[in-house]
Write a new protein. Structure first.
Length: 98
């Protein structure tokens, strides 16, 4: 079974994440957070610098390159600036043209 990450948030953040979420296809009682929120969480995980977070980098690249609803360049740059490690957007822009 794959590992999952759990992020504890306060009540106001939980309400915002839930409000921006959508029902899961085939299982409407489950909700999935928005792509923007998922990217923010992945960027935050990279910023924390925990070992083994390379998967988050590849998840970000895959989500941005293969999702028609991915944020535009400016919005992605803002997400990187706010939630990612210092200099991350410039680095990923140079390597992956995101």
């Amino acid at each position: 079974m794959p590992l999952i990450d759990i992020l504890w948030v306060d009540d106001p953040m939980h309400r915002r994440l839930k409000a921006d979420s959508a029902p899961m296809a085939g299982l409407p009682s489950m909700r999935v957070i928005s792509l923007r929120d998922l990217l923010a969480m992945k960027l935050h995980a990279l910023k924390q610098g925990d070992a083994g977070r390379e998967k988050d980098l590849w998840d970000i690249i895959t989500l941005m390159k293969h999702n028609p609803n991915a944020p535009g360049r400016d919005e992605f740059a803002q997400l990187c600036e706010r939630f990612g490690p210092p200099g991350f957007h410039a680095e990923i822009q140079d390597k992956w043209n995101l």
